[in-house]
Design a protein. Sequence first.
Lengths: 497, 73
Amino acid sequence: MAGFRLINLAKPFLPILPEVEVPYEKIPFDDKMVYTVFASLIYLFAQFPLAGLRKATGEDAAAHAPTVADPLYFFRGVFAMEPKTCLEFGLLPIFAAGLFLQLLAGLKVIKVNFKLAADRQLFQSLTKILAIAQYFVLANIFIASGYYGADLSLPQIVVLNIQLVGGGVFACLLTEVIDKGFGLGSGAMIINTFAVATNLVSDTLGVNQITVDSEGNTEPQGALINLIQGLRAQHKTLVGGIVSAFDRDYLPNLTTCVLVLALGCLVCYIQNIRFELPIRSTRARGTNQMYPVQLVYTGSLSVLFSYVVLFYIHIAAFALIQLVAKNDPASIVCKVLGHYETVNNIIAAPTFPLSMLTPPRSLVGGALSQPLSFVVYSFFILASGVWFAYNWQQVSGMSARDLARDFKEQSITLLGRREQSLPRELNKVIPVAATTGAMVLAAVTIVGELLGLKGKGAGIVVGVAGGFSLLELITMEFQESGGESSLANMLAGGLSL
Amino acid sequence: MAGEKTENNQMEKAMDAPLEFVREGNQFLSKCKKPDLKEYMKIIRAVGIGFVAVGIIGYAIKLIHIPIRYVIV
């Protein structure tokens, strides 16, 4: 074959790349559920604290303490990234590799013949290699920047690399288990949903105590538990305890919890809006039905795409500012891009110009200090989301043309329309649904983020949308399996007790 | 004068594209079928129960990390 093809880059890696085998036989419904749930739970367990970092206590702690705070704080909730663990970068590289390569293949930038099994395998492997490469690059940017502590020794760097890249490879394999037919739906999406649900519960009901000040006073992580405990805390007055339960900014507070829940309910509502196409069978008469087209046609992928792009803008800026300019405000790079300021000792907030693409940390503070980011950030999320949704619906095998072909195979057509005009009629609906859905979802995300949810807003949008598609898959598979499931019987028995 | 006018027209066209898009989206939205309250409550309950159940299991797993952190860090 003449010409250079990007997917051939994956060829030399095929023998060494770990891979999940496609199941030999059809997996029953119960087993699929178990695989799905356990893969996600193993992911959560794999968020192991990093070993090999210097202890924060001791005499030389001040000299070697990490001087760089977390610049990615507002991505944490979206991609299941847990700071200072093996999964520091969460599922982001997997999402990024998958979305970009599929988009490029769909837009014919990379030439892949998806009808050939060999090409498909190469493409899958390329996606995985790209994801692992991202884990490696991101890990080393963070190590070099001093995020894990200044002047690390060589063994420490090696150990950190093994943990961070190893965690990444492991996450890739876990998503592959679900993707390849052992589980239900898209692996990365489901694991993300599980992580969002876990974060929600630990932010609301978490009982683990975290030291909050130099005197050693502790407060629980969960906002609701904090309110209850605040009523009888010794180091605060009663009113002070209640007020701080609602507005503490170092740990989750009740206001954000309520906002997150409200956003979740809103996303549930939006997920249920559908456009109904009246259809009829071309074979049998008198069987008119409705074919629902979901408003959120591309699901939460549009929001994820916006955030992946945003992430890479931020990581590029972070690399430039930290590695090239050493976060020195006098340097030319920092004059152009802005620098990082540490807030609360945990997060590194970028200053103007970079702050324009950063959601504000609180509504009022943001409106006063960074009014431009309200415009620029919103515009960025909206535009990238809509652009993505428009292109994705065309390339992802659910475009108007694909749907028309499916209709024809099942010998159904639109009511009151000729069969020949089917693709044209569908084409009036599908792209509009995709772009409008992406716009609405982006708007919800923006509202949440501008209220100062620091990534939890976008996280809940992605999480609920993912949970919703999982729920749909479960009901569909359950009906296909004829309702025979010992798991369902067990659950039903448990609920009726 | 004429040049100014065409420029204005172009500006208007550039402004019109997003407006048109929003109008189209609005029209589409108004034609969509929204869930009724009963259906909506059912969905909220299903998603809510799922989220909380999964979250509690996940949180229990995360609690295991706390002692591990003391051991290895």
